[in-house]
Design a protein around this ligand. Structure first.
Ligand code: HPA
Length: 304
């Protein structure tokens, strides 16, 4: 509600409501749907660029340097886009980058949003909805993870073949808008086996140590206790992280095929070998592995 435009009578009502702690901005007649917000953000972007991207890429920890390899057509800071959250993580920038990578048209999210930063799941996944509305056909997501599989070491790359969702909230909770997707999305074949096989072939050709595995999504921001790493191993997790699952759920809901590439920053299994891990340790391992991820993603989208 814009206070400046109020008459003196309505100003009194405004302050009574404020005093009574009535949530003025979310009262029913004021409510704007998620669908409308997506349209507003998409229209804004379309007014700034008519670049048509086939691939949406979420540049998580480790893939940020991918934009250096892009021939950039347009850049739009998140803060300019209606309803976009703004990234608070130091190691992430915050803009949409449109351009070509290896001759394919992409829109890259330089900077992503995490639930642990305090955003709602709807906010975390809003950019995926917007990229879908902009017409992307594939969503590629990168992240950093801890390994709960003794065969997967720090610095290795993992292509996600499935996930286990242990996050507290679900972005699809609440009234479902059929224009965006079905009420009960099926999760079979969410991750494309053929794409993962192509990625494994590229990794083998390039001499990169890579695996296919199951990602467990947790809320964070703390890392896990040894007992928790043991548990994640036992329930079938190969790697664990604090992102990706919400975006995958929304992409699935929207009928968007996904590919997820993870760089392992710390090995947490067997638990006797766990080392204390700081964000600096994570970033150091990820920076080193970053060229491998960029190479794989570039070759993969060229092959599609
Ligand atoms: N746990 C959760 N998230 C992570 C980890 C971890 O060990 N390493 C990198 N992201």
């Amino acid at each position: 509600m814009n206070k400046k435009n109020l008459t003196s009578k309505s100003k009194i009502i405004y302050w009574i409501l404020r005093f009574k702690r009535v949530d003025i901005n979310t009262s029913t007649h004021q409510q704007v749907s998620l669908y409308d917000n997506i349209q507003e953000a998409t229209n804004y972007i379309r007014n700034r660029t008519d670049f048509q991207a086939t691939f949406g890429i979420i540049l998580g920890t480790g893939l940020g340097s991918l934009v250096d390899d892009m021939k950039i057509d347009a850049e739009i800071p998140y803060r300019d886009i209606p309803h976009f959250p703004i990234s608070t993580v130091q190691s992430h920038q915050g803009k949409l980058v449109f351009g070509t990578l290896g001759g394919r048209s992409v829109v890259a999210m330089a900077g992503r949003f995490h639930y642990y930063e305090g955003y709602s799941m709807k906010q975390v996944t809003f950019p995926v909805r917007v990229m879908k509305a902009l017409g992307i056909r594939h969503l590629l997501i990168s992240n950093a993870s801890g390994s709960t599989n003794a065969a997967i070491a720090a610095g290795d790359i993992v292509f996600v073949r499935d996930h286990i969702n242990l996050q507290a909230e679900n972005p699809l909770r609440g009234e479902n808008d059929e224009r965006l997707g079905p009420r009960f999305p099926d999760m079979l074949r969410t991750y494309n086996e053929k794409l993962n096989q192509s990625a494994m072939d590229i990794a083998a050709k390039e001499g990169i140590q890579a695996h296919v595995g199951v990602y467990v999504g947790l809320q964070g921001p703390n890392l896990e206790t040894p007992a928790e790493y043991e548990y994640l191993h036992r329930i079938g997790g190969d790697i664990v992280g604090m992102s990706t699952v919400p975006e995958v759920l929304v992409a699935r809901h929207a009928g968007l095929p996904v590919f997820v590439i993870s760089v392992v920053s710390n090995q947490c299994y067997p638990i006797e070998n766990i080392q204390e891990t700081t964000i600096e340790d994570v970033l150091e391992v990820v920076q080193k592995a970053s060229p491998k991820m960029v190479l794989i993603v570039k070759e993969l989208i060229q092959s599609l």
